[in-house]
Each structure stands twice: as C-alpha cells, then as structure tokens.
Design a protein around this ligand. Structure first.
Ligand SMILES: [Zn+2]
Length: 76
C-alpha cells in the first residue's frame, strides 16, 4: 500500500510498474500524514486488517507544489 501525492504527474502504478488493482493507494496533497487524520486512519486500518498488506510506502516527488507552498508559508 502507498501514500502518495494527489499531483496528477504522480502515477503510483507507473512508478512501481504495477497493474491497476495491485497497489492500494491513498492520495492527498503533499502525501502528508497528520496525527489524528481519520481518512488515513481508515485507509491504514482497511489495508492492514482487511487486505492484510504488510508493506507501506510513502511516495513523495520532486517539484511538489504542496511542499513548496508549505515551505514558503513557514518562511513567512
Ligand atoms: Zn506533490
């Protein structure tokens, strides 16, 4: 299973040379995992408890707009 950015340039199946249905993917802006995020919590629970997946990859990418925006806002 993979947590990936929502950016349309990121295609987990292509990156992993996988077929549709082979990777359980959660996507959000900047592939961010916030403590208390129920959406990611449900994704992880379903993947681990029901699909019995034992591997998680978090896939960032070069030129991520979310990370660039976040860096700019932290600089003030
Ligand atoms: Zn991104």
């Amino acid at each position: 299973m993979m947590i990936s950015c929502s950016d349309s340039r990121v295609a987990p199946e292509i990156t992993c040379n996988a077929k549709p249905g082979e990777i359980f993917v959660h996507r959000n802006i900047g592939n961010i995992v916030w403590p208390g995020d129920w959406n990611i919590g449900a994704f992880l629970e379903y993947g681990i408890d029901y699909l019995h997946i034992d591997t998680l990859a978090i896939c960032g990418h070069e030129g991520c707009g979310a990370m660039n925006t976040r860096s700019s806002s932290l600089r003030g």
